[in-house]
Ligand binder design. Structure first.
Ligand code: 5GP
Ligand code: ZN
Length: 116
């Protein structure tokens, strides 16, 4: 499943460059181009799903793999112990601009709650 107009599908296909920090058979993670914290990594399934609900509905363990990849990256970036945030913006009102599901792994600084 690939969407030819999707930026993150193009990153998976290596047609658009990105700083890749982690890769498994079915997941990819790369640094956000506009980082909001010392660690800001986008974790995605290589297959195209528009949002977290669509990914979860696939019900084949891929959502679990994305979340576990995020945690492994947090450990590698040494933010897991102090804590990090994993955010799936879903829909325009929440600020989703790329409609290929991605978890924002954010850490390395204090994070306010509630978010803006
Ligand atoms: P959203 O707003 O959909 O939750 O998150 C999209 C994220 O993708 C934003 O944080 C934005 O900075 C990031 N982004 C947009 N274009 C690119 C790109 O070409 N490369 C990378 N690495 N990140 C991008
Ligand atoms: Zn895509």
């Amino acid at each position: 499943m690939v969407d030819n107009d999707c930026l993150f599908c193009k990153i998976v296909a290596k047609e658009v460059p990105a700083t890749i920090v982690h890769e498994t058979e079915r997941t990819l993670a790369f640094r956000d181009i506009n980082p909001q914290a010392p660690t800001h990594v986008l974790v995605i399934p290589k297959e195209h799903y528009r949002d977290a609900a669509a990914l979860a509905a696939a019900d084949d363990g891929l959502a679990d793999e994305v979340i576990m990849a995020a945690h492994r990256i947090a450990e590698a970036e040494e933010v897991a112990a102090e804590g990090y945030r994993l955010v799936f913006n879903t829909g325009p009102a929440a600020g989703q601009t790329v409609f290929h599901v991605h978890g924002h792994l954010i850490g390395g600084r204090g994070l306010n709650w509630p978010p803006g």
